[in-house]
Design a protein around this ligand. Sequence first.
Ligand SMILES: [Fe+2]
Length: 196
Amino acid sequence: MSKAKNPGAAVERARPIDRQKAHEIQAFSQVVRMPIALSENAARESVTNLNQVLADTITLRDLYKKHHWQVAGPTFYPLHLLFDKHYEEQNELVDAIAERIQSLGGISLAMAADVAETTIVPRPPKGREEVPVQISRLLHAHEIVLEEARSMARQAADSGDDGTNDLFVSDLIRTNEKQVWFVSEHIVDVPLVKAD
Ligand SMILES: [Fe+2]
């Protein structure tokens, strides 16, 4: 029969070691070399571009959730649902962009304060706005993302980063163009009941 010589030591081993601190293992500005047969310059350029479009996509995603909650008026229900659908699709893009940055050896932006510092999408007021204004804000944000995504897609193709080019073209550009269509049709001024 053996007894634990020091029962206190066993309990200490079972304690979660919390409040640990250490230096970062990679600074935000650093891009590590990944074995993906891509030049460091190409990876670095793509990481910089992807972080910009990531900040703008997170902002556009959150603009959809804000409007999902705050929408008002006779089109409340369809817009409430549509805005949330687009939020979910933008959220998938956010994850795809962030994981592409990590695959290239970079560090993806993540926290709200860092996103706010980086995005070029104008900040909306905290209060509630009318539907046509909500939609105008969304369309402006989409156009910012589309403009930068097209030029970044060309840069990625020129530097040989086909994976990033494909993400821009197949995912970002196509999703944003389709969402623009669905949202913009709501501000076409057609009669609701009686033809002109
Ligand atoms: Fe909801």
